[in-house]
Write a protein that binds this ligand. Structure first.
Ligand SMILES: Cc1cc2nc3c(=O)[nH]c(=O)nc-3n(C[C@H](O)[C@H](O)[C@H](O)COP(=O)(O)OP(=O)(O)OC[C@H]3O[C@@H](n4cnc5c(N)ncnc54)[C@H](O)[C@@H]3O)c2cc1C
Length: 394
């Protein structure tokens, strides 16, 4: 076992998954989290079979089951007509094909499951209120200065510090992420309050011109997660108040009344401004590397940002275990293995964002092509859901 800890900046989903994966390989880890408590926002998150396999490997999947919801299908519907256009059935054929189930879960339940598992491992130290401010290289070590003034030395540093990652700015120095001009409103309500119950057991996404709406249940089905997204026309025109609540109403005005009605389940109190980045080719500098949104932030249209962060952690730990004390070799091998898969997610998410938001002739064509999809053979998502090559023997 190593004497010096590996430092992870950021205790979100990606940082905690990486800590667990490294601990499984016998490495000592310290997670430096900027916030006073490890936590997540109060909304849902989708988890495909590719990441269910990773969570199983990390020993947390079983404990998440009681809080999860297992939709019967992923449905794509047209927001103007409310017509179902295509579906991926998530029953036995899906599970036979991808080996694990598709599930949806409250973010706090997911993070809580990872956190519990981290707390049970003696190799992991959790340090809240200890945000990375700067770091420097010192021979065979990394010296991190935290925003509370504490200095911590580690064998290596993993920047899992999210979209606005300071670690990334030290490694790549590529400035702010790209604003997509897309704005998200969310809300969670008791399932009993939802008026249209026709698709209540599914994950449904309604796509429309410059908008989409997503609904799925959480916490064993007790509550409904609602997400409304708009591509702001004001942002495109450089006008004030892009994505404000009145623009949400304005853009949804053309949708089918049954779809528009779902807007009452989302809060207007705050919105999220979406960002991503063009895929980078170097996340690594010596004993420092990046993971999750710090490395490859993506739009949410394939629902894979957190899933990629968890996959990153598992691959990173494998490479560290294989490289002994040579962290640079491990990190370069990790980056090589993760770069194209995560780039494909980033670029496909942009494409899927275009695809769901079209109007006019493009909408007609999209719907015609999507209607031809075989609900039991969604070969287009094989590359994603079949997951990554890992050594299943720990
Ligand atoms: C609307 C929306 C829907 C989404 N839906 C899905 C989905 O269904 N499925 C999916 O897989 N993904 C989804 N995502 C993407 C997902 O939320 C992110 O990809 C994921 O949270 C990234 O995890 P992370 O750990 O890399 O970063 P983060 O979750 O951002 O965690 C970073 C952590 O680092 C901490 N931190 C920040 N700065 C510092 C510092 N200097 N020092 C120490 N700590 C620091 C933060 O406090 C935080 O705890 C969605 C995103 C959005 C916006």
């Amino acid at each position: 076992m190593n004497v010096r800890e590996i430092l992870i900046a950021g205790g979100g989903i990606g940082g905690l998954a990486a800590a667990l994966a490294l601990a499984q390989k016998g490495r000592r880890v310290r997670v430096l989290e900027k916030a006073a408590e490890f936590g997540e926002i109060g909304y849902g998150i989708q988890m495909g079979p590719n990441v269910a396999r990773m969570l199983d490997r990390l020993g947390v999947l079983k404990n998440l089951e009681h809080a999860s919801f297992f939709p019967q299908a992923l449905i794509f519907a047209d927001a103007l007509s409310n017509e179902e256009i295509s579906r991926i059935s998530l029953g036995k054929v899906f599970v036979d094909r991808y080996k694990f189930r598709y599930f949806v879960i409250h973010r706090r339940d997911l993070l809580g499951g990872l956190l519990d598992a981290c707390r049970r491992r003696e190799e992991i130290v959790l340090s809240p209120s200890c945000g990375l401010k700067t770091f420097k290289k010192a021979n065979d070590a990394i010296l991190v200065t935290c925003d509370n003034g504490v200095e911590i030395e580690g064998a290596a540093l993993i920047g899992a510090d999210g979209l606005w990652s300071p670690t990334r700015q030290a490694v790549i120095a590529d400035g702010a992420p790209r604003m997509a001009g897309h704005y998200v409103y969310r809300g969670v309500v008791p399932t009993g309050e939802v008026a249209d119950r026709s698709r209540i057991d599914t994950m449904t996404i309604w796509g429309g011109p410059d908008l989409h709406m997503v609904q799925y249940r959480l916490q064993g089905g007790a509550v409904m997660n609602n997400v409304a997204t708009i591509c702001s026309r004001r942002a495109r025109r450089g006008e004030p108040d892009p994505g404000a609540p009145d623009e949400l109403e304005e853009i949804f005005a053309r949708t089918h009344p049954g779809v528009r009605d779902n807007l009452r389940y989302v809060s207007r109190e705050r919105n999220w401004v979406l960002h991503d980045r063009d895929p980078a080719t170097n996340w690594t500098d010596g004993r420092v590397t990046l993971l999750g949104d710090a490395a490859h932030p993506t739009l949410q249209y394939l629902a894979q940002g957190a899933q990629m962060a968890i996959e990153d952690g598992v691959v990173l730990a494998e490479k560290v275990a294989a490289a002994g004390q040579d962290y640079n070799r491990a990190f370069l091998a990790y980056q090589r293995e993760r770069m194209n898969r995560t780039a494909r997610v980033v670029l496909s998410s942009r494409f899927f964002g275009e695809y769901i938001h079209v109007d006019g002739g493009a909408r007609e064509l999209r719907n015609e092509l999507a209607r031809g999809r075989d609900q039991d053979h969604p070969w287009e998502v094989d590359w994603l859901y079949k997951g990554i090559e890992i050594n299943d023997k720990l």
